[in-house]
Design a protein around this ligand. Structure first.
Ligand SMILES: [Zn+2]
Ligand SMILES: [Zn+2]
Length: 222
């Protein structure tokens, strides 16, 4: 069961408590126990050898990051843009992995109708008043805490063997853009007439993770 303390830690990171945030915590707890990993915080070294592969960039992904210690910044988090509420944990040392998919449809049956109604109004239609947004946050927090001990039947849990070795983050040299003077990772530099430019100064489109997921052509300067 996910502790209240961990939910509070996740709230500090994510901004609010919501069902999918806590589902990310719970999925991590299940995944770590299946892989024989200790709870994060006990041995930081573990984290370097565990990879989390999330399949959606939503509240769930933040729960996974807080509970697992696998984050975007420490290169232990991989974002796979499949659009599913699922996470795979992979241990480099044993080569074992486990994928946990959330049965969102079954989970939503547990939500009170007022919560779903407000969610549609405030989040989907972006029409709710401040009071309604606050009421939603309260209901969401209550449901969120209920997700802390959700039974495994609400998840599809499967062992996975990775068919490829996931590379560790390589270290690159930096090159200075001749136009803005900022340093740029060597493999992200664009050469025009033999001179190095950053994407912004070259006026190019680059891949970006935005609300809808990964887009291949985000125009810079933005
Ligand atoms: Zn959230
Ligand atoms: Zn530049």
């Amino acid at each position: 069961m996910v502790s209240r303390e961990l939910v509070q830690k996740a709230k500090a990171f994510h901004g609010h408590v919501c069902p999918f945030l806590v589902l990310g915590l719970r999925a991590t707890e299940i995944g770590f126990s299946k892989l024989g990993l200790r709870r994060p915080g006990e041995a930081e070294t573990i984290r370097e050898d565990v990879i989390a592969i999330v399949e959606a960039n939503n509240c769930f992904a933040d729960g996974v990051q807080v509970a697992s210690g696998c984050t975007l910044g420490n290169n232990s988090l991989i974002y796979l843009d499949t659009g599913k509420n699922a996470v795979t944990f992979y241990r480099r040392d044993t080569g074992k992995g486990v994928r946990i998919y959330v049965h969102s449809d079954k989970v939503r049956e547990l939500f009170p109708s007022r919560g779903s109604e407000l969610w549609r109004k405030v989040v989907v239609e972006r029409k709710g008043s401040k009071e309604e947004a606050e009421e939603l946050a309260k209901i969401w927090e209550e449901i969120g805490y209920k997700m802390a001990d959700l039974s495994e039947e609400f998840f599809k849990i499967e062992d996975v063997a990775l068919k490829q070795v996931i590379e560790r983050a390589p270290i690159f040299e930096s090159v200075r853009c001749v136009s803005c003077g900022e340093l740029v990772r060597a493999d992200r530099v664009f050469y025009l007439d033999g001179k190095p430019y950053c994407a912004k100064c070259a006026g190019l489109e680059v891949p970006a993770v935005i609300g809808r997921g990964i887009v291949n052509s985000f125009h810079v300067p933005f």
